[in-house]
Design a protein around this ligand. Structure first.
Ligand code: ZN
Ligand code: ZN
Length: 346
C-alpha cells in the first residue's frame, strides 16, 4: 500500500483547498486584488483617460478606450507574464512559506498591553465611548501599518542583502495590477513580520489605554481604511495610467504617479516614495518626491538583473546575491564554484 497515494474520494477536498486562495483573492473585499477592486480601478482609469482627452478637445470611442486601457505592448510583455507567474506563486506557495515563519501581531499586542498594565496600572481611558475608541484605534492601526510598510520598504532599498531580494519587484519593465504580486517569498516574510511588530505594538498600546476591544473597525479581516484604499487606489499604482492628485489630496496620498516614480530607472528618482497609500512617513523622513502633472519624458521602469523575468532570475539568483551581500567572501565561490553556473545560466 502506498501511503502517499491520492484517494479519488479526496479529490473534491484537494480541489477546494487549491481553489480557496484563488477565491479569497478574487472575491474577498479584504483582498487588494478583488474583482470589485479591479473593476473600481478600471472605472477610475477610464474616467480619468476620457476626461483628459476631452479637456484637449478629443473624443474617445469605446474601441479606442479599450486599446488605451489594455495596450498589447504591456499585456504581452515578458514582464507581465512573469508577474502572472508570481501571482500563481502567491496563490499556492507563498502562503505555505509564511505560515511557518510569521510572528503573531495579536500575541505581540497582548504582551505589550499586559506589560503596560503591569507597570502603569489600570486602563486610563476605559470609559471612552466605543465609537471614539474604534475611530482612534482604526486610524492609529492604519498609521502603524503605513509605518511598518515604510520601514520595510526603506530597509529593502538600503540594506544590500534586502535589496537583492526586493530588486525582484523592481525588475518589472511594465507595470500592471499584477505587479503587486511580483515579490520574492522571502520579502513577504520580512514584510509581514515588521508589520506584526508595528501594528501589534500599536494595538497593544490601544489595549492598555482603552481596555479590552474592539479597537479597530475591520472589514473581511482588514482595517476598514485599508479596504477604502484597495477600492480607490492600489490597482492604479502599478499601471501605465499617469495619475497625480492636486492640492490637499496630492500632499496626503501616494498617487499612481508617486509609485511609478518609485519604480523609475532614472537615478534621480532612486530612494523616493517608499509609502503605501499615505505620504506621511516619506514627508517625516525626507524621502518624498511629488510627481509633476505630466509624465516625465522617457520614463522607464526596471532594474539591472540576470534573466529578470525567469524562474531562476526571479527566485534563485536573488537568494544567491543576498547571501553574497551578507558574506562577501562567498563571492569567490559563486564566481568559481557550481553556484556560478546557476547565476550565469540565468
Ligand atoms: Zn521599492
Ligand atoms: Zn511597486
Amino acid at each position: 500500500m502506498i501511503s502517499g497515494a491520492v484517494n479519488l474520494s479526496d479529490l473534491p477536498t484537494i480541489g477546494a483547498r487549491l481553489l480557496a486562495p484563488v477565491a479569497t483573492t478574487l472575491l474577498s473585499l479584504g483582498s487588494s486584488f478583488s474583482l470589485v477592486a479591479l473593476l473600481s480601478a478600471l472605472a477610475i482609469a477610464a474616467a480619468h483617460l476620457v476626461g483628459r482627452r476631452r479637456a484637449r478637445g478629443r473624443r474617445t470611442s469605446l474601441a479606442l478606450l479599450a486599446r488605451l486601457l489594455f495596450p498589447k505592448s504591456i499585456w504581452r510583455h515578458p514582464s507581465t507574464k512573469a508577474d502572472l507567474g508570481f501571482l500563481l506563486l502567491n496563490f499556492w506557495v507563498t502562503g505555505i512559506i509564511l505560515a511557518g515563519g510569521l510572528w503573531s501581531g495579536s500575541k505581540i499586542s497582548l504582551v505589550v498591553g499586559e506589560t503596560l498594565r503591569r507597570f502603569l496600572g489600570a486602563a486610563p481611558l476605559s470609559e471612552t465611548p466605543a465609537l471614539i475608541i474604534v475611530a482612534v484605534g482604526t486610524v492609529a492601526g492604519y498609521l502603524a501599518y503605513e509605518l511598518g510598510y515604510w520601514i520595510d520598504h526603506y530597509l529593502s532599498h538600503k540594506v544590500p542583502a534586502f535589496w537583492a531580494i526586493h530588486k525582484v519587484h523592481h525588475t518589472a519593465e511594465v507595470l500592471t495590477p499584477l505587479t503587486v504580486f511580483r515579490v520574492h517569498p522571502l520579502e513577504s516574510l520580512k514584510f509581514h513580520n515588521i508589520l506584526a511588530v508595528t501594528v501589534g505594538t500599536t494595538n497593544g498600546v490601544a489595549l492598555y489605554v482603552f481596555g479590552p476591544g474592539p479597537h479597530v473597525m475591520m472589514i473581511f479581516g482588514q482595517n476598514a481604511i485599508m479596504v477604502v484604499f484597495f477600492l480607490a487606489l492600489v490597482n492604479l499604482q502599478h499601471s501605465h495610467a499617469w495619475m497625480t492628485f492636486g492640492g490637499g489630496l496630492g500632499r496626503l496620498f501616494v498617487s499612481p504617479a508617486h509609485h511609478q516614480i518609485h519604480h523609475s530607472a532614472d537615478p534621480r528618482h532612486f530612494g523616493k516614495n517608499f509609502g503605501s497609500f499615505l505620504t506621511i512617513w516619506d514627508k517625516v523622513f525626507g524621502t518624498l518626491h511629488t510627481p509633476d502633472r505630466e509624465r516625465p519624458k522617457n520614463l522607464k521602469f526596471g532594474a539591472p538583473a540576470l534573466e529578470p523575468h525567469g524562474v531562476t532570475g526571479g527566485l534563485i539568483t536573488p537568494v544567491v546575491e543576498a547571501l553574497v551581500a551578507l558574506k562577501p567572501s562567498l563571492r569567490q565561490r559563486v564566481d568559481t564554484g557550481p553556484a556560478r553556473d546557476m547565476t550565469s545560466a540565468a
